[in-house]
Design a protein around this ligand. Structure first.
Ligand SMILES: Nc1ncnc2c1ncn2[C@@H]1O[C@H](COP(=O)(O)OP(=O)(O)OP(=O)(O)O)[C@@H](O)[C@H]1O
Ligand SMILES: Nc1ccn([C@@H]2O[C@H](COP(=O)(O)O)[C@@H](O)[C@H]2O)c(=O)n1
Ligand SMILES: [Mg+2]
Length: 205
């Protein structure tokens, strides 16, 4: 565990140890679904990079149009924008354990987060799911997302393979990846997920 108390924007105080788990997997692999269950059971704060970017669009921010255009095209927003949103959410969160979902999405995300925050993730929870199943899930999600259409979904899959999987491979070489079969039903996936969090011994009753 890394003591990152003075490194996230210099704003964390005391001897707080910040625990970060990166949650990765293809579009529709079930990251958000499983994060909700981890929060309920293990007291982590869930930060979805995609949700933070969508909230930034809705806030009327000057970056909103750029972010919206990137999301529509399935492209990855510049790291500095996403990292600022993550840092702000971490500081506001009042917790010391974070699930960072959908980040780092490419090498630029990964290197910038490490350089800026000096935080080394505890491990990477990686949801492995075939594309056909992810496509089926995304097309029936019905949450009104501007990127849940077949044209953008295909672009997102391509970006995942070309830019995000190399990040998973980077952490695999460091022995940090906990790979989960995400094709199973939600509760069965969570049984495997639970085992990866057992070392924290902080299950909420
Ligand atoms: N194990 C599962 N079996 C069947 N459906 C699932 C499973 N996990 C999640 N789903 C459903 O699939 C859809 C996508 O799940 P979710 O939003 O959790 O994926 P995600 O990885 O966060 O996607 P994105 O990368 O697009 O944000 C949702 O409608 C969810 O209810
Ligand atoms: N690190 C990230 C994460 C997401 N994006 C953009 O948001 C889109 C949706 O992300 P989800 O995790 O909610 O699926 C994604 O396709 C990217 O356009 C990003 O740029 N950087
Ligand atoms: Mg999600």
């Amino acid at each position: 565990m890394v003591d990152s108390s003075k490194d996230v924007n210099g704003s964390f105080s005391g001897d707080k140890k910040i625990i970060v788990v990166f949650v990765l997997g293809g579009p529709g692999s079930g990251k958000g679904t499983q994060c909700t269950k981890i929060v309920e059971n293990f007291g982590f704060t869930h930060l979805s990079a995609g949700d933070l970017l969508r909230a930034e669009i809705n806030s009327g921010s000057e970056n909103g149009t750029m972010i919206s255009n990137m999301i529509k095209e399935g492209k990855i927003v510049p790291a500095e924008v996403t990292i600022k949103l993550l840092q702000k959410a971490m500081l506001e969160g009042g917790n010391d354990k974070f699930l960072i979902d959908g980040f780092p999405r490419n090498e630029e995300n990964r290197a910038a987060f490490e350089n800026i925050t000096k935080i080394e993730p505890e491990f990477i929870l990686y949801f492995d799911c075939p594309e056909e199943e992810m496509e089926r899930r995304l097309l029936s999600r019905n949450q009104g997302r501007i990127d849940d259409n077949i044209e953008t979904i295909r672009k997102r899959f391509r970006v995942f393979v070309e830019s995000s999987l190399p990040v998973v491979e980077y952490y695999e070489l460091k022995g940090k990846v906990r790979k989960v079969d995400a094709l199973k039903p939600v509760d069965e996936v969570f049984e495997t997920v639970k085992a990866t969090f057992a070392p924290f011994h902080t299950e909420v009753e």
